[in-house]
Each structure stands twice: as structure tokens, then as C-alpha cells.
Design a protein around this ligand. Structure first.
Ligand SMILES: *Cc1c(COP(=O)(O)O)cnc(C)c1O
Length: 444
């Protein structure tokens, strides 16, 4: 919304009366299993602002979970998607194809790491992309086992629940889960017993030992990892961990899959977070930030691996919907035009400086971490024991919400406050949001 004022404004209680009315209807009509972080109902959103139905304007540090990196109503996304809507909404790419899908696949081949020949297949959601990466890796390797990591998150469908580490709320009561999924340690620097400097090599050695001895490298189709873990707590695997796993995969004929669904598309200051350690994955899964809010996901990778699935073996009615593809082309156009990788790095510099200064003042902050505009603080009861503090995390989030700052929590222990501002957020809103966090830390 080009005319949506980029200013915080609180005119009612949060949530306000109209939101409360809608929430009552929602509770009667919508299944309770579908939650909401903050039940203020949205009227408009764009840039760094979400405006609710009561006229409150909240500063957005969530981007709809790392989706609206270009803003929730970016000009190029709206222009291209609107034009496509008027032309046609759907034919099904598997019935009669269209150019937008091919253009998105070409853009993905250009933007993802590595100079090899690449191909893509498009889907509707991140979970669907991850499931298809597994199908493709199994078809290519003729093996079955899939290796994933502690604190990993890959979605809510049956196979991706199996791949996801955390029980509540993602898996509890929803089993049985798919077989041939094996979980190994990740290099979580802050919580590694012998310290962050040892986490990379030690965790890699443990993971490789478990894969070799408990699964058998020859049985493994794919190793799937988020280059920066998202829902698990914005964990950056300690240096050396990703390269060691990537090399192990290459040496053993295992397909190395980077799940960049949350970390991709400029979020961490690179097109893809794995670039920071020079990793060239065999397959990359993308979604979230790819299409400026429209539902689109992709698997992109080495042409010979992508082509291992037989003709007709991949697809879906809506996969690569033309309006969503137009949105993706608008989103990529915006990322290039505004150099949003540079913008993400500038956001990191601002946020880290402020949050590290807050960590000096407030003992509850155990760790400040993340890259680009994917930044988090981990809250603890005691810096020495590092006992997680989910109560303070919830209280802090609620205090921010009351002041009109939309923030999200995450982490296996529910004790991480994460910040995912749209990359187009203005500097004023960014520093106002940080002021609110500082005020909330003082208040709790
Ligand atoms: C969100 C997410 C998914 C699942 O994406 P959906 O679109 O919600 O299905 C998978 N992997 C990662 C890393 C994610 O952050």
C-alpha cells in the first residue's frame, strides 16, 4: 500500500473492539488447532507496518514469518500479480503450461549457488517442497534413509512432521510418522557442552559417526538441513559444520539438501544463507520469501538429480500457479532493484549493536545471534546454567505487542524472541521497534 503511513499508531487496546468481535466469530468458526500469535485482524499491510481493523498501526518485526521480505504490498508484486489475474488465474501447468513458471525456474537457476546445470519444480508450500526434495533424492540415489538434525523444522505434513524435531505443537498426537528418518546432532554453539569454538568440528564428527555407524552412509538418500535453523531457534550451525556435512554427503553419494525456506531470498544478507560458507547444495528448497506473500515453493538443483524422477512423478494441481509465479517475479525484481541483500546486512548492523547493548544491561539475554534480518535473542534464567526462560520470552513478546510491535517467538525451549522485519522497513521504524524491545525488557 503506497499510501499506508509508515508510522506506529495505537488508538485502542490491543486487540481493539473490532478485532475482538472478529476473534469471537473466528473462535466459533475456525478450528482451534490453527493459532494466531496476536489476534488483531489485519486491514492493510505494507512496508514495515501492519494496520488492523481498529486503525492501530503495528511495527512489523515478523513479515508473516519471513514471507513479506519486500513488504506485504510491494508495487512490483501487486502490478505483476494483478496483470496475471486479469489474464488468467489457472490452467494447471500439467495441462497447458505458461511462461511465468519457466521464468521463475530460470531465475532460480541464476540465483542459487553453483555454476552447474540446474532445474526446478514448483509447489505451493514449503512442506510440499521438502517432501518433493525427498522424493527426488530417493529416485536419484535409489536409497531410502533421510538424515535431519536436532532442532530442525521442515513442515507439518506427515513426512515433514517426521523430519521436524520438536514435538509440541507440531507432532504431538499426530503420529505414526514416516519411517527411515534419522536425527543427528547440530552444532548449536551457544549450548554446545565444550563451548562454541568446538561446536562445529565436534558436532560434525558426532553427526557423521551416527550416520556412518547407525544408518550406514550407503543407505542415505538425503541429508536435509536449514543453513540457519528457523523455528528451532535461529541457530547458526557453528563454523565448519555445514562444510563438513556437505563434503561427507558428496563423498558418499548422498544428496545434500539445503532447506532455505526461511533463510533464503535475501533474508540473511545473501540470496541464500549457505553461500556464507561457500556451500553448493545439490538441492535447495525455497518458499516463504520467494513470492512477496503469494503461495509458492520450489525445489531447485542439479539437473541430473532433478531429472531422476520419472515423467509425471512430480507436480500437483496448483503447483507454480501463474499468479504466484508473477508475484515471485515481482518479488525478485524488487530484491534486485532495492539491493535487499545490502539492506539485510544494514538491518543486522543496527539490530546487533542495539541488542548487544541491551545484553550488557539485562541478564535475561543469554545470546544475541542471527544474520541479516534474521536476528534473535535467547532468554535464560541464569547465564551460568543457561536454563531456558520461556516465561520471560512470552512476557516480553506480550509487552511488545501491547506497545504495537509485532514480534514472534521460536526455539525448541520456547525461549527465543526472533526478529524478521521486512527488508524494506524504514530506519525510523526499525529503531523505534528496538526502543520498544528495550522498554519491554526493562518492564518485565
Ligand atoms: C516454514 C518452513 C517450512 C514449511 O513451509 P510451509 O510453507 O509452512 O509448509 C519448511 N522449512 C523451513 C525451514 C521453514 O521455515
Amino acid at each position: 500500500m503506497t499510501d499506508l503511513p509508515q508510522e506506529r499508531r495505537i488508538v485502542t487496546a490491543i486487540p481493539g473492539p473490532k478485532s475482538q468481535e472478529l476473534q469471537a466469530r473466528r473462535l466459533a468458526a475456525v478450528a482451534q488447532g490453527v493459532g494466531s500469535v496476536l489476534p488483531v485482524f489485519t486491514a492493510r499491510a505494507g512496508g514495515g507496518i501492519v494496520e488492523d481493523v481498529d486503525g492501530n498501526r503495528l511495527i512489523d518485526f515478523g513479515s508473516g514469518i519471513a514471507v513479506t521480505s519486500v513488504g506485504a504490498s510491494a508495487e512490483a508484486v501487486v502490478r505483476r500479480a494483478s496483470a496475471q489475474l486479469a489474464d488468467f488465474t489457472h490452467t494447471c501447468f500439467m495441462v497447458t503450461p505458461y511462461e511465468g513458471y519457466v521464468e521463475v525456474a530460470e531465475a532460480l537457476a541464476e540465483l542459487t549457488p553453483g555454476e552447474h546445470a540446474k532445474k526446478s519444480a514448483l509447489f505451493n508450500s514449503g512442506a510440499e517442497a521438502v517432501e518433493n526434495a525427498v522424493k527426488i533424492a530417493r529416485a536419484y540415489t535409489k536409497r531410502q534413509a533421510v538424515v535431519v538434525f536436532d532442532h530442525g523444522y521442515h513442515g507439518r505434513t506427515n513426512l515433514t512432521m517426521a523430519l521436524t524435531a520438536k514435538n509440541m505443537p507440531y507432532k504431538h498426537g499426530f503420529g505414526p510418522f514416516a519411517p527411515e528418518v534419522y536425527r543427528v546432532p547440530v552444532a548449536y554453539g551457544y549450548r554446545w557442552p565444550t563451548g562454541p569454538q568446538n561446536a562445529g568440528p565436534e558436532a560434525a564428527a558426532q553427526a557423521i559417526d551416527q550416520i556412518s555407524k547407525q544408518v550406514g552412509a550407503d543407505n542415505v538418500a538425503a541429508i536435509i538441513i536449514e543453513p540457519v535453523l528457523g523455528e528451532g531457534g535461529f541457530i547458526e550451525p557453528a563454523k565448519g559444520f555445514l562444510p563438513a556435512l556437505s563434503k561427507f554427503a558428496a563423498d558418499n553419494g548422498i544428496v545434500f539438501v539445503a532447506d532455505e525456506i526461511q533463510s533464503g531470498f535475501c533474508r540473511t544478507g545473501q540470496w541464500f544463507a549457505c553461500e556464507d560458507e561457500g556451500i553448493v547444495p545439490d538441492l535447495i528448497t525455497t518458499a516463504k520469501g520467494i513470492a512477496g506473500g503469494l503461495p509458492l515453493a520450489a525445489v531447485t538443483g542439479r539437473a541430473e538429480i532433478m531429472d531422476a524422477a520419472h515423467a509425471g512423478g512430480l507436480g500437483g494441481t496448483y503447483g507454480g500457479n501463474p499468479v504466484a509465479c508473477a508475484g515471485a517475479l515481482g518479488s525478485i525484481e524488487t530484491m534486485k532493484a532495492l539491493d535487499l541483500n545490502a539492506r539485510a546486512k544494514a538491518i543486522e548492523a543496527t539490530m546487533k549493536a542495539r541488542l548487544l547493548a541491551m545484553a550488557d544491561k539485562f541478564d535475561v539475554i543469554g545470546d544475541v545471534r542471527g544474520r541479516g534480518a534474521m536476528i534473535a535473542i535467547e532468554l535464560v534464567k541464569d547465564r551460568a546454567t543457561k536454563e531456558p526462560n520461556p516465561e520471560a520470552t512470552g512476557a516480553l513478546a506480550r509487552a511488545c505487542h501491547q506497545e504495537g510491535l509485532l514480534v514472534l517467538t521460536c526455539g525448541t525451549y520456547g525461549n527465543v524472541l526472533r526478529f524478521l522485519p521486512p527488508l524494506v522497513i524504514g530506519d525510523d521504524l526499525l529503531s523505534e521497534g528496538l526502543d520498544i524491545i528495550e522498554g519491554a525488557l526493562a518492564a518485565i
